[in-house]
Write a protein that binds this ligand. Structure first.
Ligand code: UD1
Length: 339
């Protein structure tokens, strides 16, 4: 049985990935210091999987704690590294906290893989590295644009650190550039747990529909798109989780040539904000209150993925529809008040 360390394993994408790993017979160790989630996510994973992964409450940015955790795992097959701060606005307010946390944990993990090159690594990157891409759908070889925020910078520079370390120390890694992961597990036992007012579109929609927030503000109605609102590539979190399994298996089977390969994780289809609202209303039967508001600074007009490289290299494509995403996100939201 192969052991995989899932950092941020109680977070949104980490918990869904833990479920898919367990379903395929991997031994899963979740590391999470609960910076942005709750311990009872473990109950959700266990309820779906019929088994409970090991959970280590460790701050990976602490070199001593990280080293002592990894010292007990010399035969680790892989690390899937989700643990990171991810709020764009907050990163502008607290850049040093973002750099210390996101780089600190990455460096500590890379020191381990440098010494144990048989251990494969998967790094959570973001489509934010493309900024407003010149050509859509955006391919992996599109130029990386100057980061709009310290958060975005931690992803860009994180990829560079990964490349330098893998080349120098002879280990293999994959960076996955996520577009907009949304939805929840169809069992409604795990999902997204935004703290405070959600900054991202879909958690705001579900909380607004549940009466926990006021009307959704649609940021901008004069973008050069088919209905004036921004276009994004929304992808079901279970599809994102599955891509990590394919990426891990590619690394374990020794396929691929570059020390670090990069793949987009998107559906290939862009949706406007108004189309997301329609999908929510159609798939849940709930009417959403919304109004137009000013543009949000830093938003790109449109971003959606070219999916060919992921299909060819990983043998993976997103399969779930936007309507499924919204129905699952809503089912999860409906479980939350009682939690
Ligand atoms: C945001 C981040 C991105 C990060 C990603 C995942 C910004 C500028 N970008 O992506 O770097 O990788 O989250 O955490 O913050 N919208 C509304 N009303 C709302 C919320 C959003 O109209 O209340 C619109 C936005 O203008 C955008 C779309 O919905 O057009 C999606 O927004 P969001 O869910 O925040 O994702 P991104 O901005 O794509």
């Amino acid at each position: 049985m192969k052991t995989v360390l899932v950092t941020g394993g109680l977070g949104f994408i980490g918990s869904h990935t833990a479920v898919e790993l367990l379903a395929r017979g991997y031994r899963v160790v979740c590391v999470d210091n609960l910076a942005n989630t709750r311990a009872d996510v473990l109950d959700g994973i266990a309820a779906i999987s019929g088994q409970r992964p090991v959970w280590a409450n460790v701050d990976l940015a602490d070199p001593v704690a990280c080293r002592s955790l990894l010292a007990g795992m010399p035969d680790l097959a892989g690390i899937i590294h989700f643990a990171a701060f991810k709020a764009v606005g907050e990163s502008v307010q607290k850049p040093l906290a973002y750099y210390r946390n996101n780089f600190g944990s990455l460096l500590n993990l890379l020191e381990f893989t440098a010494a144990q090159p048989q251990c494969r690594l998967i790094f959570s990157s973001s489509c934010t590295v493309y900024g407003q891409a010149d050509t859509l759908p955006v391919r992996e070889d599109a130029p990386v644009k100057p980061a709009e925020s310290p958060y975005g910078n931690t992803k860009q520079v994180g990829e560079e650190i990964l490349r330098d370390a893998a080349r120098a120390h002879g280990f293999r890694a994959i960076a996955l550039r996520y577009f907009n992961p949304i939805g929840a597990h169809p069992s409604a036992k795990i999902g997204e747990l935004p703290l405070g007012v959600p900054q991202n579109l879909v958690p705001f929609i579900t909380q607004s529909a549940a009466g926990l927030r006021g009307p959704l503000k649609v940021f901008g109605n004069d973008y050069p798109t088919r209905d004036g609102t921004c276009i994004r590539d929304y992808i079901h979190v279970v599809d994102v989780a599955l891509a990590h399994i394919y990426a891990l298996e590619r690394l374990l089977s020794g396929k691929g040539s570059d020390p670090v390969e990069v793949f987009n994780l998107g559906t290939g289809t862009g949706s406007t904000v108004l189309e997301v609202i329609s999908a929510f209303e159609r798939s849940t039967g709930k009417k959403l209150q919304w109004e137009f508001a000013a543009r949000r600074p830093g938003d790109v007009i449109a971003a959606y993925a070219n999916t060919e490289q992921a299909a060819a290299g990983l043998g993976w494509r997103a399969e779930r529809t936007l309507d499924q995403c919204m129905a699952d996100a809503w089912r999860w939201q409906c479980t939350l008040p009682g939690k």
